[in-house]
Write a protein that binds this ligand. Structure first.
Ligand code: ZN
Length: 436
């Protein structure tokens, strides 16, 4: 169990004149240099650079004298696991990585978990420069680092890394272990954290420095990727009444899904009420037809169903399936040719760390002491590794990190430098309060 808010023990140490806890300060230049190096590696989910960034960190953490565990993840083996969280890119290899700063075994274990994969840059014309050549810009007097992965979440990874470095260099004696975990495949399902848990890594509490703009996020809605297949009957458009358009049959399905979204958001948990739409149900792709003057006989639509806090994946799926089934039952063609639903790709359950978990108050207290501001506490509307760490690993977890999630996945993704440094300083305090 966590023992938060214990009084500092500095006064009890043998040499009270040199308090190592106060010497644990962040090397800001080194942190920013290491962050820029991470951003130069185009570690898009599923690319070979996803492996490269893990190797880069393994070498760097080894060089710092941390105890590094680097392993090849058995991707096909994990895919066969009944609880595998899904994957949306081709990937046959991945690297697992932890680095431990060991305590004497008498205190709680703190896990700092960050993903090193990033989403693709999207439309390069929308960027002001190369997404993988990070640059420092000043906007409204604030220094920002701009690059793909800046806030989501290499800044968080650099911050947690340098928090551990600071504590190590200060020579603070620790009772509990601090584990740095760098994970792959977060963006498309959570392969890396799933592998981490299956590898046997466990902890008493965990912080994931995802971009929360320094707020505290102890819960996430989930997100389930689905595909709808609608079949019609092809014929020449000149005789269209003798065919069945898959596009026209899809239209009532779309309306039913919009109605379902409204119903699912009519009343939401207090943690989610800040969002205009807590649990979006969105169609992201539609493909239909192959010729302008042919009645289309096939439509596939892919989308994302938000999962409510406290709702199971099975319950959420059942609601969408019932909604589509009702449309099919009311349509003679669809009654005979029902819309097929496939749940594929990322299957993010919702997740929630219990409100009375010490990790929430711990991070809130550290943030308050460091900044003089009270951090807001609310749920995120996106799926993340939190649900695996808490739900599967039983590790009370919060997200707390630099940058605004609105800048994530966007062109000119950016992170404010001051928040990166504040996160690193806050994590130093968390390590000292939990593990020292
Ligand atoms: Zn992220």
């Amino acid at each position: 169990m966590v023992a938060p808010q214990r009084p500092h023990k500095g006064a009890n140490r043998q040499d009270a004149s040199v308090n190592p806890t106060s010497a644990a300060s962040i090397d800001e230049d080194a942190l920013l240099t290491d962050l820029l190096d991470l951003l130069r590696i185009p570690s898009v989910s599923g690319s070979t650079a996803e492996l490269e960034v893990q190797q880069h960190l393994a070498a760097a953490w080894q060089a710092e004298g941390l105890t590094v565990d680097r392993w090849d993840i058995d991707v096909p083996g994990l895919e066969r696991d009944a609880q595998f969280p899904g994957m949306e890119v081709e990937r046959t290899a991945a690297i697992g990585l932890t680095a431990t700063l060991a305590g004497d075994g008498t205190g709680p274990t703190l896990l700092l978990n960050g993903h090193t994969d990033v989403v693709p840059p999207g439309d390069l014309d929308a960027w002001s420069g190369d997404p993988f050549r990070p640059r420092l810009v000043t906007v409204d007097g604030t220094d920002r680092i701009v690059a793909r992965g800046a806030c989501d979440m290499k800044a968080g990874v650099a911050a947690m890394w340098h928090a551990v470095s600071a504590v190590k260099k200060a020579g603070v004696p620790l009772r509990g272990n601090v584990i740095l975990a760098a994970v792959s495949g977060e963006e498309d399902g959570g392969l890396g954290t799933f592998a981490l848990l299956r590898h046997g890594v466990t902890a008493d509490l965990c912080i994931v420095p995802e971009p929360t703009a320094m707020d505290i996020i102890p819960a996430n809605g989930g997100a389930l990727t689905f595909r709808l297949t609608v079949r019609g009957l092809a014929t020449h458009a000149a005789r269209r009444t003798e065919g069945v358009s898959a596009i026209e049959r899809f239209y009532p399905v779309l309306l039913a899904l919009q109605d379902l979204e409204r119903r699912r958001n009519a009343s939401v948990d207090a943690l989610m009420q800040r969002w205009p739409l807590a649990y979006p149900l969105s169609i992201g792709t539609i493909r239909a037809g192959d010729w302008a003057s042919t009645v289309p006989d096939l439509l596939t639509a892919e989308g994302r169903l938000g999962v409510a806090l406290g709702e199971t994946v099975a319950q959420a799926r059942a609601e969408l399936e019932a909604s589509v089934a009702a449309v099919c039952a009311a349509d003679p063609w669809l009654a005979d040719h029902p819309v097929e639903i496939t749940w594929w790709g990322g299957q993010f359950a919702s997740g929630r760390t219990p409100a009375d978990s010490p990790v929430i108050g711990l991070v809130a207290g550290v943030h308050q002491d460091l900044t003089g501001h009270e951090a807001e506490i609310y749920g995120g509307p996106y799926g993340s590794d939190l649900r695996l760490l808490m739900g599967l690993g039983g590790i009370p977890t919060v997200q707390y990190g630099p940058g605004d999630a609105a800048a994530a996945h966007a062109p000119d993704e950016w992170v404010p430098v001051d928040e990166v440094l504040t996160t690193a300083r806050a994590l130093v305090q968390v390590i000292l309060r939990v593990c020292a």
